[in-house]
Design a protein. Sequence first.
Lengths: 288, 315
Amino acid sequence: MMVGNRLGAALREERNDRYGPLTEPRLVRWLLIAAAFAFLGFFLIVPLVLVFVKAFEGGWSTYLAALRDPMATAAIRLTLLVAAIAVPANLVFGLAAAWAIAKFRFRGKNLLVTLIDLPFSVSPVVAGMIFVLLFGAQGLLGPWLSAHDVKIIFAVQGIVLATMFVTAPLVARELIPLMQSQGDDEEEAALTLGASGWQTFFRVSLPKVRWGLLYGVVLCNARAMGEFGAVSVVSGHIRGLTNTLPLHVEILYNEYQLAASFAAASLLTLLALVTLALKSMIEWRTSR
Amino acid sequence: MAVVEERGTVLETGSSPLPSPLPPSLQVTARRKGGGRRLPGGSVLPGFGLSLGIALLYLGLIVLIPLSTVLLKTVSLTWAEFLAKVTTPRALAAFRLSFTAAFVAATVNAVFGVIVAWVLERYRFPGRRLVDAMVDLPFALPTAVAGIALASIYAANGWIGQWLAPLGIEVAYTPLGIMVALTFIGLPFVVRTVQPVLRDIDPEVEEAAASLGAGRWTTFFRVLLPDLVPAIATGFVLAFARGLGEYGSVIFIAGNMPMKSEIVPLLIMIQLEQYDYAGATAIALVFLIASFSLLFLINFLAWRRYRRESSEVAS
């Protein structure tokens, strides 16, 4: 058995170096790698490079001018504000949902897990539409809201709500399988040793899931800052007031201000690259 | 009460001649508390009520109540009105286009997704980790950015479009452009569902196939592929569902001509802008039913795979 295992390992190691029964001929290998590179190159790398090339076509000064434009800074500020509300809200929700689902047994748990995933299968446009149906001028609560002078649609509140809807599953989704696989021996030990519930949560459970939690928050943040469809429906595109950075990109592009549009887009692309880098770092940390 | 206490002693001595009819949660409760009060959630950990309460409140307020407005709004329509709204020629053309484009894109992703997953898992080459990380780019890149980048690349004067234009291939502002955008959006799904399965396949299976005289080609199609099919199917459905609802990356490259290159999410958007809420909601409801069926299908696929795996372990 030992010999068999060792042989298997040796075969696996040699897979790439030698033409053997467990790998493909060198030509096939190179063709497959080339096909993968071509596919990813056309669909991922070319768009990525294009964003930065177009953003810097007019040089650094135009690039900086595009980002210093008052409308651009207002859009950046609003995007940061929306993320600053939506991400912590989802963090609390994700932790609560994961705690309830991973640590306890109750009726309807599978249904709850499915419902948490629901926003993923709703088109972003529909996600925005439901808030218009609820809070819009002709919506269910519209007359009451306008009587009390509360504005949600075509205002920051609506953008925050739509963003919270779209990003709702992200933190919970990372935490549930992680907490389930870890079990609760450490928590039980902490409670036995006299720790209170909150102490156990903050000093035992939270450190146990910290990398998964960070990953969920990073993904949630990327999505919150980049959401386009849902926000587009509820925002009303009021410049300087309800324009997030992705909407700012759209407006400039439609006005043929391409360099400025791609300059704003380059910020969002940087955000995506940082997200991917953090993700790889977290995966590398947890796999050690 | 007496029964519970008796149960408690039975549990502690562990010599009961009868199998316990109580669920494990209740047995533990009986022993710990002695009073027979069921622990909430069947665990000694605290916070069941609070965490479930927060989760349900948030989910209810942010997701479920807003979503239910689609149903409430469509209920106000009669069946005939509803049918009339969703079967206008423009709506039917949009449905046909959205489903076809999402299907084609998911198929392209299924084929190339398996190749990419295979290359990343089986071969070692410089930059492999970087490529692996890049696969998730469509998840992280805002859709509007993807949209303007793809539209610029495939426009007739764009980096790739200028080489395709002399061949008579127009990508931007045609249905083909929609498929390109949806391929981008759905790219990670099949790769990410196939990768772990490929990693977990026991090399002994391939060794056995090779020692029995199977070539690599036969081994792949007759031995490995059957194991990969459920993962490919899950990835395909996920990519298809994502493509169906996608808006941001498509509208820049689509051209958005009614009847020709107008996808369903755009049609909903236009009807909302024209304050045709009833029309938008009716179409959205059809769309929601389609997506939820797909969600159900994914869960069913996962459940069947889980059941088969556990029955294999048991036998």
